[in-house]
Design a protein around this ligand. Structure first.
Ligand code: ZN
Length: 511
């Protein structure tokens, strides 16, 4: 039997140890580990049968063939193309830098546009590239401007594979690229200026397609360090800075993916580090998104499935608790075990900052009950010290925004009617046509938030399931300001337009 240097090596590739014609490579693929894939419609093909026999004669013990659809074999060969070969350790080695340069160019163009993500979708005959800028996906413009990027499918597959190889060199991905698997990776080197890391997620798509999402993690995250510049109101900034001065208790930030909660958490942590240089501050994140100087960031990354990940996550939190911390940041509480540890830490005199998925600030308490936190803990106002919920809404470009009467501003009639009592005789501000400083009338995004410092009564009402009563008590007695309040304020100030506002926070009615 012959030893192969890599068990997943495709031995029938061009230049591989078992010679096959190009036509034959459409019908069969044989791997060093004995896997043998044959196109379903060529199971009786005499050339295929002889090639398998040849592989056996050459010392490769082939197994019973697995039948696959015609066409799906090509992607295996494209992975074994000469631009990437596989080293003895099973890691890809480059001898062609053209594809790498193309990936780097793609990242550079996305970074120049301050895009948060690049999406590459490869289907059976072509590949498309889109970028997310200010929360909105749009086609990526071609290098020379004008038309958008469109590739042949084969080229798209090569780009995906090259990106994977670039991440694998950093040692952060699995050793082998699997064109049909879910895989994750992280690029740390060769990145555009201002980009700290690029997180990769590869997904299989039907008909031998591929989906690659590259998330760009910027250094210093949009250049700022203060909490105030994110768009919180003055009172909200005061509450948030107040939270950073607590020594104990849990502060929970909620919001859907892309609501900016990681950024808020990062800013709070930075402030805590600055004000408490003598403290041991640990974080457990899956994986860490931004480097926060002064925080020991324990990673949980690249787990194959949710069970693995939850287990590794819980383990990392437990490790952080045993590591003599003063404060702990837990990236997200989504399991009972994580919630249990978070409360354990708070009850033993540490401050804990974390996030959950909840629709609004009052929804955080029932969400924590759902993951199994006992209500006697949730009723304790010394433990539950801060509840924050936030959304990001596209901000009007202050240079080209235009004032208008709600009734003539191309707004739906019912929306215009809702705005009347809010704006009184003030104008509604709408996006302009776009100028040199913006993107079709919008410039970045701004936070709309709800922040609660709960008291005993509020927590009692929430734990008793009295959601309506809790809402009334918070707004009427504690002076709570909801998403709607905050959004109305920003519409009136011309920071956001009512269409974007209602899209994110619902109908604008004075509560
Ligand atoms: Zn503008």
């Amino acid at each position: 039997m012959r030893a192969a240097n890599d068990e997943g090596e495709l031995i029938t590739r061009d230049g591989g140890p078992v010679r096959a014609s190009e036509a034959l490579r459409d019908k069969v693929a044989i791997f060093a580990d004995g896997r043998c894939l044959v196109s379903r419609s060529h199971s009786e093909d005499v050339d295929v049968i002889s090639l398998i026999a040849l592989a056996r004669r050459l010392g490769f013990p082939t197994r019973t063939p697995e039948f696959v659809d015609l066409g799906s074999l090509r992607s295996f060969y494209s992975c074994a193309s000469p631009s990437i070969s596989w080293s003895a350790a099973g890691r890809p080695v480059h001898d062609d830098t053209t594809m790498q340069r193309e990936v780097q160019d793609l990242l550079a163009r996305a970074a120049a546009a301050q895009a948060s993500d690049i999406h590459i979708v490869v289907d059976s005959d072509s590949a498309s590239v889109r970028v997310r800028i200010d929360g909105e996906l749009q086609p990526m413009a071609g290098g020379g401007g004008g038309s958008s990027v469109q590739w042949r499918a084969e080229h798209g597959r090569q780009i995906c594979m090259t990106a994977y190889a670039m991440a694998a060199e950093g040692g952060t991905a699995d050793a082998n690229y699997d064109p049909f698997g879910y895989q994750a990776g992280r690029m740390m080197t060769g990145l555009p200026q201002g980009v700290q890391a690029v997180r990769l997620q590869f997904n299989p798509v039907g008909y031998s397609g591929r989906h690659l999402v590259m998330r760009l993690l910027y250094l210093g995250h949009a250049a700022g360090h203060s909490i105030g510049e994110l768009g919180f109101s003055a009172a909200q900034v005061e509450s948030l800075t107040g939270f950073t001065e607590n020594q104990t208790g849990i502060v929970v930030i909620s919001g859907p993916t892309g609501s900016g909660k990681t950024t808020t958490l990062e800013r709070l942590m930075r402030r805590i580090v600055e004000n408490n240089p003598g403290e041991s501050i640990l974080s457990v994140e899956d994986p860490p998104e931004y480097k926060i100087p002064g925080v020991v960031q324990l990673p949980v990354s690249n787990m194959r499935n949710d069970d693995d990940r939850d287990g590794a996550y819980t383990e990392a939190i437990a490790a952080a608790l045993r590591s003599d911390p003063d404060r702990i940041m837990i990236g997200e509480v989504r399991t009972h075990a994580a919630a249990h540890h978070a409360f354990e830490a708070a009850m033993t005199g540490h401050q804990v900052l974390t996030t959950v998925h909840a629709n609004d600030a009052l929804g955080i308490v029932p969400r924590l009950m759902d993951v199994g936190v006992e209500s006697y803990k949730l009723r304790d106002a010394s433990l539950v010290s801060g509840l924050v919920a936030q959304r990001l809404i596209r901000r009007l470009c202050p240079r080209c925004r235009r004032p208008s009467d709600p009734m003539t501003a191309d707004l739906p009639a019912d929306m215009a009617m809702r705005l009347r009592p809010i704006l009184k005789d003030r104008p509604v501000w709408m996006p302009g046509a776009g100028c040199d400083a913006c993107r079709r009338g919008y410039e970045g995004r701004t936070v709309v938030a709800e922040i609660i410092r709960p008291d005993q009564r509020l927590l009692d009402l929430l734990c008793a399931g009295e959601r309506q009563a809790a809402q009334r008590y918070w707004v009427d007695d504690l002076g709570g300001r909801t998403f709607t309040h905050h959004a109305i304020e920003k519409v009136a100030d011309g920071v956001i337009d009512p269409i974007q506002a209602e899209y994110k926070v619902g109908k604008l009615r004075i509560p």
